[in-house]
Design a binder for this molecule. Structure first.
Ligand code: A3P
Length: 275
């Protein structure tokens, strides 16, 4: 099995102290200039965070994760969120029903979407190597947990996407960015994000952000808290499209696609990734 924290029948990753902090959302004060990165886990959170931070601060270099890590309200103390200077960049993996309405009304939201097959594979390695989870099952076991809505992290990929898209589509305060598009043409997506957030910059700045946010540079330059991973673990594992092909069996692929085809109409977003 997988060590997870259950809130309102949703399984959340056992970030340090999710149990203590999930109620942060009841006490949470949204700000008009908050920027949220929302997604199902392993869909490009840290990547988007660096893009936004570079645009927002005008800095040349990536953030120091040891000093200013990504902030998940479901995983950190509410006081530390209140102390963050504006504009805050916050992350969350929670399904829509756990997200505060006030934030939905007044803050900006960037939803990152990734082929769930690749996200499942990425989540498998994360859960295996994360010291606080230490998933010891096989890929086959993890696949079964992920396609079952009762055991899937964050309450099923399909529901996560469908519920969020319903409130984000046609919302001028929201932008959907696809991981695969970032892989295809990062500069184009950097420019979209900049224009959406109101940080329109010169071509030179977009070039720099694109360079600094390449997988190679991030993997090399980002320091990760040592205590977080078992040896070999990293937030920057492979960073490719299609690694699922090295993991999904033919039967798993058929099972996944059957569910996908049954639910795809509910997703409200064009999904052009390879199935
Ligand atoms: P893989 O495990 O497939 O390599 P998150 O930040 O949401 O936890 O997502 C982590 C995934 O995003 C990992 O996927 C990681 O390698 C990938 N990623 C992080 N930075 C990236 C970058 N600059 N380019 C491409 N992929 C990146």
């Amino acid at each position: 099995g997988l060590t997870v924290v259950e809130v309102n029948r949703v399984h959340l990753p056992p970030f340090p102290i999710v149990e203590n902090n999930i109620n942060n959302y009841d006490k949470f004060h949204a700000r008009g200039d908050d920027v949220w990165i929302v997604n199902w886990p392993k869909s490009g959170t840290h990547w988007m965070y660096e893009v936004i931070k570079l645009l927002m601060t005008g800095r040349e270099e990536l953030t120091d994760s040891i000093k200013e890590g990504t902030m998940f309200p479901e995983a950190c103390a509410v006081e530390s969120l209140e102390k963050l200077p504006s504009p805050r960049v916050l992350d969350t993996h929670v399904p829509l029903k756990l997200f505060p309405e006030e934030a939905l009304k007044k803050s900006k939201i960037i939803y990152t979407l990734r082929n769930p097959k690749d996200a499942f594979v990425s989540a498998y390695y994360h859960m295996k190597n994360d010291r606080s989870v230490s998933y010891e099952g096989s890929w086959n076991g993890f696949f079964e947990l992920s396609v079952d809505e009762n055991t899937c992290l964050c309450g099923s990929w399909f529901d996560h996407v469908a519920d969020w898209m319903e409130v984000l589509e046609n919302n001028p305060n929201a932008l959907v960015v696809k991981y695969e598009d970032m892989k295809r043409d990062l500069k184009k997506e950097v420019r979209r994000v900049a224009e959406f957030l109101g940080y329109t910059k010169s071509e030179e700045v977009y070039e720099n952000v694109t360079k600094k946010c390449s997988f190679g540079h991030m993997k090399k330059a980002k320091k990760e808290p040592k205590c977080f991973w078992k040896p070999g673990g990293s937030m920057y594992r492979k960073g490719i499209v299609g690694d699922w092909k090295n993991h999904f069996t033919v039967a798993q692929n058929e099972k996944f696609n059957a569910i996908f085809n049954e639910k795809r109409n509910k997703l409200r977003v064009s999904v052009d990734f390879e199935l």
